[in-house]
Design a protein around this ligand. Structure first.
Ligand code: PD2
Ligand code: ZN
Length: 225
C-alpha cells in the first residue's frame, strides 16, 4: 500500500522525527539543524547495498559535468573533478528498492526524483562549493526548471569510508560531514514560498587519501520529466 505524501508541508522532514520506518529498513536521524534544514541519516543503506551500487557503477563511469548556469548546457569543468554515472528511476528492481527508500526518507514521491547519480572521486578529486538548485535569475536555468520544477532537496549517500578528506562541507554553516558508509546527508533549500536558500552553498572537500564513492538524489518540486 502506498500512502499519499503531502508535498506542501515544510520542512519536509518533520522536526521531531528521530526514526523513519521505510518499507524495508529503519533509518535513524542522528543530527539535524534548522534554517537551512540539514539532517544526517544513519543506516540508510546496508554495506552490501553500497558495494553493489559501486560494482554496478564502476563499469560505466564517465567524467562528471555541471550545468552551466548561463547556457544551461552540461560542461566538464575543473570545479567538479569526479567520475560519475546514473541510473534511471526504477531502472532495475534493485534501483527501484533504493529509489523507494530514498523517496520515503526525503518525504517526496519517487516520481519527483531525478535518476540516482553515482560519483567517484580519487585523491585530489573535489566538488567546489555550489548550489544544487538552478539559480532562478540565470537564463540557463529555465530549461531545467521546465522538467518538473525547481530542485528542492538533496540526499548525498556515502557508499564507502574515505581514508582522508572528502567531507561534504557547508561553508556558510561552518559544517563538515565525514563520509560514513551507508549514511547520508539530507538538506532542503526551497521554502514554502518557492524561494531558494543561499545558505545551502555546499561542496565536496578534496579527497586526500583513498577514494570516495557517493550516490546523490535530487528532488524536484513536481514530477520529474
Ligand atoms: O561529494 C559530495 O560530498 C558532494 C558535495 C556537494 C556532492 C554534491 N554536492 C552533489 O552531488 O550535489
Ligand atoms: Zn551539490
Amino acid at each position: 500500500m502506498t500512502t499519499a505524501i503531502d508535498t506542501t508541508v515544510f520542512p519536509r522532514l518533520p522536526r521531531t522525527t528521530r526514526r523513519i520506518q521505510t518499507a524495508d529498513r529503519e533509518v535513524f536521524v542522528s543530527v539535524r539543524i534548522e534554517q537551512p534544514e540539514v539532517a544526517l541519516f544513519d543506516n540508510l543503506l546496508s554495506h552490501e547495498e553500497c558495494d553493489e551500487l559501486i560494482a554496478l557503477s564502476r563499469v560505466k563511469l564517465k567524467q562528471s559535468t555541471i550545468v552551466d548556469p548561463q547556457t544551461g548546457k552540461h560542461e566538464v569543468i575543473e570545479d567538479r573533478s569526479s567520475y560519475g554515472t546514473f541510473f534511471n528511476v526504477n531502472e532495475t528492481p534493485f534501483i527501484a528498492k533504493l529509489d523507494a527508500r530514498i523517496a520515503a526518507v526525503m518525504h517526496l514521491p519517487v516520481e519527483n526524483g531525478e535518476g540516482l547519480q553515482i560519483l567517484n572521486y580519487k585523491v585530489g578529486g573535489e566538488y567546489k562549493p555550489h548550489f544544487d538548485y538552478f539559480p532562478p535569475e540565470l537564463p540557463g536555468s529555465a530549461s531545467h526548471i521546465a522538467k518538473g520544477g525547481q530542485r528542492v532537496s538533496t540526499l548525498v549517500v556515502y557508499l564507502n569510508n574515505v581514508e582522508q578528506g572528502g567531507e561534504t562541507i557547508f561553508p556558510p554553516l561552518g559544517l563538515a560531514i565525514t563520509p560514513k558508509k551507508g549514511s547520508a546527508v539530507y538538506f532542503e533549500y526551497v521554502n514554502e514560498k518557492g524561494e531558494v536558500d543561499p545558505h545551502t552553498l555546499h561542496g565536496g572537500a578534496p579527497v586526500t587519501g583513498g577514494e570516495k564513492w557517493i550516490a546523490t538524489k535530487w528532488m524536484r518540486a513536481g514530477k520529474y520529466i
